[in-house]
Each structure stands twice: as structure tokens, then as C-alpha cells.
Design a protein around this ligand. Structure first.
Ligand SMILES: [Zn+2]
Length: 123
């Protein structure tokens, strides 16, 4: 933040309060990092009162916004025709039916495999 220049000349040992707009002795200010901090002690005590006016304005504006949105009806919720991933679920169902159709009926469980056979092992 740029340094503010007081509109009136300030004597050494004095400090300018930008709230009450008067140069005051440094003892009338709270010290912050060894320097007098603006505003002066009297104005700093009145700070909440000064802020209350702004907060009231802000609250008034918020009430106005709330009343505007309260009058507006809520939009209808958009309900999807299908549940999420339903397309995938239907596709998977179709694929499983296709696979089931292609699959041969199970043969005898102990059907010998074709190919070279190993000589019988003797125990
Ligand atoms: Zn002041």
C-alpha cells in the first residue's frame, strides 16, 4: 500500500489520523512495530461503530438478493431417463446373451484330449 501523505503539514513527534483528520501527538496512537498506527486511540475505539454502518448496508443488500431469489421458483430437477452406466449394463447383458448363444453345450467332463499320449508310468 502506498504511503499516504497528510493533507496538512504535521509537526515532528505528531502523527496524522486519517479518520478524524487531525494531527495528534504520537502518544495518542497505539504503537505497531515501534511506529504510531493510524487511526488514533479514540478513533480505534469507535471502529466497531463506524463498521456497523457499512455492515448494515451490506446486510440490507444481502436481504435484497435473498428476497429476489426467494420469489423465483426452484427449477425442476433433471432426472435422467436411465441410471448412470445403464447403457453399459444393457450392452453387457446383450454381450452375455450372445456369448451364451455361441457357447457349445458342455461335453462329457472326462473326455480324453487328442494328441500324443505319454507312456504309462509305473509306480
Ligand atoms: Zn482519529
Amino acid at each position: 500500500m502506498p504511503k499516504r501523505i497528510p493533507p496538512v503539514p504535521v509537526q515532528p513527534g505528531h502523527h496524522f489520523c486519517y479518520v478524524c483528520e487531525t494531527p495528534l501527538p504520537a502518544g495518542d496512537f497505539y504503537q505497531r512495530r515501534g511506529k504510531p498506527s493510524s487511526p488514533c486511540k479514540a478513533c480505534a475505539k469507535k471502529g466497531p461503530e463506524r463498521r456497523a454502518a457499512f455492515l448494515a448496508l451490506i446486510e440490507e443488500a444481502r436481504e435484497e438478493v435473498r428476497s429476489v431469489f426467494a420469489r423465483r421458483p426452484l427449477p425442476e430437477p433433471i432426472i435422467p431417463e436411465y441410471q448412470p452406466m445403464d447403457g453399459f449394463a444393457r450392452w453387457l447383458e446383450r454381450e452375455r446373451k450372445k456369448q451364451a448363444g455361441k457357447r457349445k453345450p458342455p461335453t462329457t467332463p472326462h473326455e480324453p484330449l487328442s494328441g500324443p499320449t505319454r507312456p504309462e508310468e509305473t509306480l
